[in-house]
Design a protein around this ligand. Structure first.
Ligand code: GLN
Length: 503
């Protein structure tokens, strides 16, 4: 069955059926990624005997690199590999990385992690781009599709984030796993699910028709021929060369700073170079995409407090008045849980509003995303009014705040993926998706700086002082988010103009 693009895109109902294949592959990839991410800091401290600060810095470095390499992965997909081969290559690197960790996590920790970093760079942006390809330009079901896909992301994140660390620590299945092998099994599980992700893709990819195939080379006479093999192997070789480089940079975290200073400006220059080669109308759409990308850095910088300062806040300042749950557990997985709850209804809401001609356009959705984010942080601020004399406040209230933040995430993150595919030119799809995630790398980076700032100022303070210091910090962040949202809504006519027919 060789489907054409039109046959795929002319689907009936709410979702194209191919989306399920991408949903499951991405779900397992996120399981592997978040499983590993959840283990990093704990493993570095308890098994590699790193200090807390060092472990956190190295964790931050891996997160920055992981999202920075999505740009490289997207770029090579556009130019040489195509999305499918990139996804395979990335998946294979992730499997190798997890296997190395499963074999001997103590000895080869940074080697394994570096394989995973580069692998994610090739996998993550390109699977998202393929989701966009399932839709015709202007199909108002696209955002709903990305919402569904986002539910898959979070299902994987929730399962992986919970299971891997629980197995590693010996809290789960410990009677089945020989003593001393818990970590090997936990990392091994990441490898197994990544194999499932790729096998699922191998068996379902034929239904993708021409989507994601390797780009053809245009000869001077206009003839199309296949890409030279040496270029493809060159990309594979080059990506292997990145691995020792990442190992060095993660181990010496000041290199991460230099890397972050350099990579953003360089990618911007490269984008401007590519923009000089396209038509005026395409250029203006790319400019709009860049505005979304730049704003998303602010969003993630605030949002990603969850991995940093909010985990300290949860540990010191929250009780367990919500079903006796552990506050850190709620902080770590509450967001993913709420996404699973609201992703599909929100997607369907977009379709319903669009039928009534009431669907807000992307820029307004982004603005709403910021406003929800801001309100969520105000709600965290408000928890201080419910604290006892020891500076401990209500987890239930905090959970409501988390829910509001999740609504913000749903208005921005899947919509961002969707708009990247709509605003990019045909030949820059992977690269622009990579840039979208690169903004996340900067967001993580900024989040670390904000968090460190909030933490160090009050190290010797009492718990109640800490509560006030943190919550007033969150109030400030809430204010910035609301301001960013209002600015977005105010500049919406300008961005709309840049976006032209895209909504
Ligand atoms: N949580 C989402 C994912 O893992 C978004 C990540 C991001 O862009 N920072 O895909």
């Amino acid at each position: 069955m060789n489907l054409t693009l039109d046959q795929i895109q002319d689907f009936k109902g709410k979702y194209p059926k191919q989306i399920w294949s991408l949903f499951f592959s991405e779900m397992w990839e996120r399981f592997c990624f978040y499983g590993m991410r959840g283990m990093l800091v704990f493993f570095m401290i308890s098994q590699l005997n790193l200090g807390e600060k060092e472990a956190n810095l190295q964790y931050g470095a891996t997160q920055a690199f992981v999202y920075a390499f999505t740009f490289v992965g997207g770029l090579f997909a556009d130019k040489i590999l195509g999305f499918r081969k990139s996804l395979f290559w990335g998946g294979i690197l992730m499997i190798i990385g997890s296997l190395i960790l499963a074999l001997d996590p103590h000895q080869f920790f940074f080697l394994g992690i570096s394989f995973t970093v580069v692998g994610t760079g090739f996998f993550k942006p390109n699977i998202s781009t393929m989701v966009g390809k399932l839709y015709k330009k202007g199909d108002n079901r696209t955002d709903a599709g990305f919402s569904l896909f986002y539910a898959g992301i979070n299902l994987g994140a929730l399962l992986g984030g919970y299971l891997c660390i629980a197995i590693g620590k010996g809290e789960l299945l410990s009677h089945l796993i020989p003593e001393g092998l818990h970590w090997n099994v936990a990392f091994g599980l990441a490898a197994v699910v990544m194999v499932i992700s790729l096998v699922n893709f191998i068996f379902t990819q034929r239904r993708l028709g021409p989507i994601g195939l390797q780009p053809l080379k245009v000869l001077k006479n206009g003839e199309l021929v296949s890409m030279e093999k040496w270029k493809e192997y060159g990309v594979y070789a080059l990506s292997l060369l990145f691995i020792p480089m990442i190992m060095v940079m993660v181990a010496k975290t000041q290199y991460t700073d230099y890397f972050m200073y350099a990579v953003g400006p360089l990618t911007l220059l490269y984008l401007f170079y590519e923009m000089s080669k396209v038509s005026k109308s395409e250029r203006s759409k790319l400019m709009a995409a860049l505005i979304f990308i730049l704003f998303s850095i602010i969003f993630w910088g605030i949002y990603e407090q969850s991995g940093g300062s909010l985990s300290i806040f949860a540990a010191h300042n929250l009780n367990n008045d919500l079903l006796g749950l552990d506050p850190n557990g709620v902080n770590n997985s509450g967001g993913a849980f709420f996404i699973l709850l609201v992703a599909i209804p929100i997607g369907l809401l977009w379709i319903w509003l669009s039928k009534k001609k009431l669907e807000p356009n992307t820029i307004i959705k982004f603005g709403l995303g910021f406003i929800f984010l801001g309100l969520g942080f105000y709600a965290i601020f408000a928890t201080q009014f419910f604290a006892n004399a020891a500076g401990v406040t209500s987890l239930s209230l905090f959970t409501i705040a988390l829910f509001i933040i999740t609504l913000g995430e749903m208005c921005l993150s899947p919509i961002g993926l969707s708009i990247m595919t709509k605003l990019s030119t045909q030949k820059l799809q992977g690269m622009m998706m990579g840039m979208w995630f690169l903004a996340s790398a900067y967001g993580q980076y900024v989040a670390g700086l904000i968090g460190a700032n909030m933490a160090t100022a009050r190290e010797d303070a009492s718990n109640i002082e800490k509560l006030h210091a943190y919550t007033s910090g969150y109030k400030e962040l809430g204010l910035y988010a609301v301001i960013a949202g209002v600015i977005l809504i105010l500049i919406s006519p300008l961005v709309k103009k840049l976006m032209q027919e895209v909504r």
